[in-house]
Design a protein around this ligand. Structure first.
Ligand code: FES
Ligand code: FES
Length: 156
C-alpha cells in the first residue's frame, strides 16, 4: 500500500488494519508522533492527512492509501513554530509537542486566542498549563512566517 509521507511516496507492508501511528513509528521509524492515550483523546499522535489534523492512533493505515500524510518530521526540525515552542517554554516533557504543532499548523491567519484554544482543544498537555503553548502559537502567526510553510518545509 502506498501513500505520500512528508513529500515522498512510501510503500508499506503492514496489515491494512494496523494503526497509522504504529506504521509510522515501527515500520517507517518516524517516532516523532507520540502515543499518549491510544484512544483519540490526547492528540499526541496528531498528523496531517490531506491537510487535516487527525489522531493517527485511530486511523487504519489502509485509510491513507493514496493520501498525503505529514508528520512532525516533515517540518525538518527548524520550523519557526518549533523554535517558538522552545523559546516560550511551550515544551517541557515534549510528549504533547508534536501533536500540538501539527494541530496548530492548520490555524487560519490572524487567529484570536480563542481560535488557538479551539484548534488545540483536542491536544492535552500535562506539563505547561497551556499558556506558553498558546503564546508560542500566537507569536508564530503574528510573525507572518506561516504562509505555505508545511508544503515548503516538507523534506523530500
Ligand atoms: Fe492518539 Fe492519544 S495517542 S489521541
Ligand atoms: Fe509534557 Fe505537554 S509538555 S505533556
Amino acid at each position: 500500500m502506498q501513500f505520500n509521507l512528508n513529500g515522498s511516496d512510501v510503500e508499506v507492508r503492514s496489515h491494512p488494519m494496523s494503526r497509522l501511528l504504529d506504521v509510522l513509528r515501527e515500520e517507517l521509524m518516524l517516532t516523532g508522533s507520540k502515543e499518549g492515550c491510544g484512544e483519540g483523546e490526547c492528540g499526541a499522535c496528531t498528523v496531517l492527512i490531506d491537510g487535516e489534523p487527525v489522531c493517527s492512533c485511530l486511523v487504519p493505515v489502509s485509510q491513507v492509501a493514496g493520501a498525503e500524510v505529514v508528520t512532525i518530521e516533515g517540518l525538518g526540525g527548524k520550523h519557526p513554530l518549533q523554535e517558538l515552542f522552545m523559546n516560550e517554554v511551550g515544551a517541557q516533557c515534549g510528549i504533547c509537542t508534536p501533536g500540538m504543532i501539527m494541530a496548530a499548523l492548520t490555524l487560519p491567519d490572524d487567529p484570536t486566542l480563542d481560535d488557538v484554544k479551539t484548534a488545540l482543544a483536542g491536544n492535552l498537555c500535562r506539563c505547561t498549563g497551556y499558556s506558553a503553548i498558546y503564546r508560542a502559537v500566537l507569536k508564530w502567526k503574528k510573525a507572518e512566517v506561516q504562509s505555505g510553510f508545511v508544503d515548503a518545509e516538507v523534506q523530500s
